[in-house]
Design a protein around this ligand. Structure first.
Ligand code: GCU
Length: 611
């Protein structure tokens, strides 16, 4: 009882987010030398009724069920006495982490609840003053973290990183890291309970143990401004954070700038970009090795420098109009049993289908923040990125705590990705029905984005309104967006025949750029219909749908981007046609194993045509 009370008090005492301070207390961004990757086989223990957290009637969990306890249970059981246990993570089954449990074992395919994971590890003897942190890249959806029996922190949100200090919790040998992962979503979660994608519960991205000096570089940013300057900042953390010299070095540009941290441990840079600087573009994704150093600490990054803006109905990349030739992507690797395990090669396999296969220059990473691996691959390959937080379909619009959760997810994403040149747009929502409370919610999110990252564009994938043959965008949220985006499915959902699309008219504002953020039709790869009017589910229908829809959209004068739904068939519990779906959404241009459908070539040919 005392343990839990102290842990809860510790949480309360932790630097809570004030409404206006959304910066996570620890970031540890950037690539650093002293990192221990804890990927590998982790044992696990199912806890369907959450007895490891709370017992029946809200009582404190029975100690015989508290998975986080720092006990060698086999040794305890060998002793005389009456103690007994109803778990043992040392002797439990194991699965590969990172990776979602739904794909790890058939019995876990639709498990939606709490599972406890354990990783044992040793550490080298710490140097004097050294500090240690655990950085989780993502845990879906709630995480309860214990080291050697002591709660070290919690996190809510399935797609963003969090960092916990464990300096005082570690020992040299046999550390016991226990993580309770609860995949259950509810009416107050972001996203809500129903989505058109798979559960994917678990520790889905890498977990790293990071050692730093007593005062270290917690975060560092640098970007190119419209005025041709490189501006950025470095944030130190530690007792000696204030008044410290910090420098940033870009050898390829002959840059070595120095600044001194203020009383808050922050140093700012503002230097003229040399004429030799090659701006990042999809065609020439130039990245530079950047090193930030202070005292005995240093972090490295590979950064591209470019500008992005809107001017009237144009999107300007480095001051020049750009057309976004893209596709929407879910975070799911190619293969028949994906585990949301996006390694660098898995990310490149997907993105090269866009870059080389479709001749694309853009991806909509829907409907939630994708892994940092994906963002870094987009930087390297040269693909512009739309990033999105999962304010999807509907959430509890009137609940301030839910808005704060969305703002936190947005902030955690911005702080993680703001050095990625490829990332040009933040989306604050997808297909949310127009209502005053919903628009207030999104407007507040847009204001948060504007405050945290004024250098990028803001959008949202909106619903269209249909009035006979006229498709309208009538949404008060438009006033808060730099770029309009709409999802349209005429010819798939609804009564339109494909031949009707030619007569549809679009009534929308023309003073902003428009992206067709979704359109698509299902097809089972290899299912064909050679008739003059191919039926739905066939590759031929999907190809005809793409031809008709692309022709319809091309008539919109301020169309500036396309991200059809979707690159690859993906798992969804909402898609259960026993012949064509079997738990897969089949709107992919390729099948789950990467087999291209006819529509793939229709889009690729469209993107090869000059604008
Ligand atoms: C919606 C939604 C997607 C969904 C798609 C579909 O627009 O944004 O998440 O998968 O339509 O119906 O396939």
């Amino acid at each position: 009882m005392i343990t839990r009370l102290l842990a809860l008090l510790a949480l309360v005492a932790a630097p809570a987010f004030a409404a206006d301070n959304l910066r996570p207390p620890l970031l540890l961004t950037g690539q650093r030398a002293d990192v221990q990757d804890l990927s590998g086989r982790w044992t696990y223990s199912k806890d369907y009724y959450r007895t490891g957290l709370t017992d029946i009637n809200g009582w404190v969990a029975k100690s015989r069920m508290q998975r986080h306890r720092d006990l060698d249970i086999a040794a305890e059981e060998a002793k005389p006495g009456t103690a007994f246990f109803e778990f043992d993570l040392d002797r439990g089954p194991a699965m590969q982490i990172p990776g979602a449990w739904n794909s790890a074992e058939p019995e876990l395919r639709y498990y939606n609840g709490l599972i406890w994971f354990q990783r044992r590890f040793d550490i080298p003897a710490p140097k004097a003053g050294e500090r240690s942190f655990l950085r989780f890249e993502a845990v879906n959806y709630r995480a309860y973290v214990y080291v050697n029996g002591k709660e070290v922190g919690r996190h809510e949100g399935g797609f963003t990183p969090f960092v916990l200090e464990v300096t005082d919790a570690l020992r040299a040998q046999g550390n016991r890291l226990v993580v309770g992962v609860d995949s259950k979503h509810d009416a107050q979660s972001i996203p809500g309970e129903i989505t058109d994608w798979d559960l994917y519960g678990g520790i889905t991205r890498p977990v790293k143990l990071i050692r730093t000096p007593a005062t270290f570089i917690d975060d560092a940013t640098l970007r190119l401004t419209d005025a041709g300057r490189l501006v950025g900042s470095v944030q130190l953390n530690g007792a000696q954070a204030a008044g410290q010299p910090v420098n940033v070095q870009i050898n390829a540009l002959g840059i070595k700038a120095q600044a001194t941290t203020d009383a808050n441990g922050e140093a700012r840079f503002d230097v003229a970009a040399p004429a030799t600087l090659k701006r990042w573009t999809p065609e020439a994704p130039q990245l530079y090795a950047v090193r930030f150093a202070s005292g005995t600490d240093a972090i490295d990054d590979r950064m591209g420098f470019r500008t992005i803006a809107v001017k009237g109905s144009e999107i300007l990349l480095n001051g020049k109009p750009v057309m976004l030739r893209g596709v929407s992507i879910h975070e799911e690797e190619l293969g028949a049993n994906p585990a949301r395990r996006l390694t660098d090669s898995a990310a490149r396999a997907l993105l090269s289908e866009v870059k080389q296969g479709l001749n694309g220059n853009y991806v909509r990473l829907s409907h939630y923040p994708h892994s940092e691996t994906m963002l870094r691959a987009a930087d390297e390959l040269g693909l512009l990125v739309w990033s999105e937080i999962p304010v999807y379909w509907t959430v509890d619009w009137d609940n301030p705590a839910v808005l704060l959760k969305a703002k936190r997810q947005q902030a955690e994403t911005i702080y993680r990705d703001r050095n990625r040149a490829a990332l040009v747009m933040w989306s604050v929502g997808n297909e949310t029905p127009v209502a005053d409370n919903r628009t207030r919610f999104h407007a507040a999110l847009a204001a948060t984005v504007r405050e945290l990252d004024p250098s990028r564009l803001i959008s949202a994938a909106l619903l269209v309104k249909r009035d006979g043959d006229t498709i309208q965008i009538a949404d008060p949220l438009l006033a808060h967006l730099d770029v309009m985006a709409v999802n349209t499915y005429a010819g798939w959902y609804g009564d339109d025949k494909l031949e009707d699309l030619a007569r549809l008219k679009w009534a929308l504002p023309t003073d902003k750029p428009l992206i067709a953020s979704e359109f698509g039709a299902d097809a089972l790869a290899g299912h064909h219909d050679g008739s003059a009017a191919p039926k739905k589910w066939s590759e031929e229908f999907q190809a005809a749908y793409y031809r008709e829809t692309l022709a319809m959209l091309a008539r919109i004068p301020n169309l500036r981007g396309l991200s059809p739904w979707v690159l690859k068939d993906f798992r969804s519990p909402r898609r259960e046609h026993p012949v064509f779906q079997n738990g897969w959404n089949r709107k992919g241009l390729v099948s789950e194993t990467g087999q291209r459908k006819q529509a793939f070539d229709v889009l690729a040919e469209h993107y090869r045509r000059p604008n």
